[in-house]
Design a protein around this ligand. Structure first.
Ligand SMILES: Cc1ncc(COP(=O)(O)O)c(C=O)c1O
Length: 345
């Protein structure tokens, strides 16, 4: 389609939340007869699907989340989008859905960024253009079996902070629910994981916590995820650590922080068990993810116990350094490790 140049949009760029805004253009491709078509860019944000679609009944769906960043000189760049493409392929394999090639994924994402340029927040506002690729099983179907047709789509929304506090520490509560089974789907980004997290998340928020923290499903002794973000901590002896478990979503932000803590800050790093009974070992703690960026954790409620890390009101020094470094790379203020940045505009 030919894209007409539209007027600039006036949004409150400094105070964007994380909510749906209908932007100009999205990408939609269909898989039928054994292959993906090349997809279209469309203004239509409605999708019509069969009532028999496996996505409706059996949750055959997965998604990704990544961001486009406006740099100081006005360019637009993506942060490690190949990693999202690869993770979406792993999610598709787990749910017997056809994989989208890395090439088609990247091309769709870039086209959607370009077509919605007027929604990319200005540099310095902290806002970004969040991209939401997804794959779902559709078509006339009813038995518990993989779909015979699929949709791959990508849309974009301008976003600000996901957890309201930004770099202000907030509190979390240990959930009594499990997010994922030990050998289940916790390690992939599939819709069902999130449907089952809604009630635990709601109960945490009703008690004034930012979200809940899930423990490992087998023993309920080790920290796994912080809502829809990974957990990290700085030990009292200065190591950067994150939990190690197959039921945690492999966060691209987490792997980036592991690299930066080791190579830029010279810290020892490890993926290891983090026992909820041993929180005294940690000086600082945080949640990390594309949406969450880095959100410092003030304290954790576990049963009747409330454990405070560095401070209830101030971000700790290592968490701040990591946040500054990561966001400087994402917004183009600092040179990124080789291969982390893809220029779009
Ligand atoms: C459950 C869960 N954990 C962690 C993350 C963070 O992953 P990433 O850093 O790749 O965004 C996300 C968000 O994608 C998530 O949904």
């Amino acid at each position: 389609m030919t894209l007409e140049k539209k007027e600039a949009v006036q949004l409150d760029w400094e105070n964007l939340g994380f909510s749906y805004i209908k932007t100009d253009i999205r990408y939609v491709a269909t898989w039928k007869d054994g292959k993906w078509d090349e997809g279209i860019l469309t203004e239509d944000n409605q999708i019509s699907i069969s009532e028999g679609s496996p996505v409706i009944h059996y949750g055959q769906s997965c998604f990704e989340g990544l961001k486009a960043y406006r740099t100081k000189s006005g360019e637009v760049q993506l942060f490690r989008p190949e990693e999202n493409a690869k993770r979406m392929q792993r999610s598709c394999r787990r749910l017997l859905m056809p994989e989208v090639s890395e090439e088609q994924f990247l091309s769709a994402v870039k086209e959607v960024v370009k077509a919605n340029e007027r929604f990319i927040p200005p540099y310095g506002t902290g806002g970004t253009l969040y991209l939401r690729p997804y794959v779902m099983g559709v078509g006339d179907s009813i038995g518990v079996a993989p779909a015979n047709e699929y949709i791959f789509g990508v849309f974009a929304i301008p976003v600000g902070a996901y957890f309201k506090g930004g770099l202000t520490p907030t509190s979390f509560i240990i959930s009594e629910y499990d997010r994922a089974a030990s050998q289940g789907t916790g390690g992939v980004k599939v819709g069902g994981n999130y449907a089952s997290s809604l009630l635990p998340g709601k109960e945490a928020k009703q008690r004034s916590f930012s979200d809940c923290i899930y423990l490992d499903p087998a023993t309920h002794t080790k920290i796994e995820e912080v809502g829809a973000a990974n957990f990290f901590a700085i030990t009292k002896d200065g190591r950067f650590v994150t939990p190690d478990s197959p039921s945690i979503l492999p966060s691209i932000t987490k792997y980036s922080l592991l690299y930066l803590a080791e190579h830029a800050l010279g810290m020892p790093v490890a993926q290891e068990d983090i026992y909820v009974s041993q929180l005294d070992l940690y000086e600082e703690a945080g949640a990390c993810g594309t949406a969450a960026v880095i959100s410092p954790i003030a304290g954790i409620q576990h049963g009747d116990n409330y454990h405070v890390f560095y401070s209830e009101t101030e971000v700790g020094p290592v968490t701040r350094k990591l946040y500054d470094l990561l966001t400087a790379i994402q917004f183009g203020d600092k040179e990124a490790p080789e291969g982390w940045i893809t220029k779009v505009l």
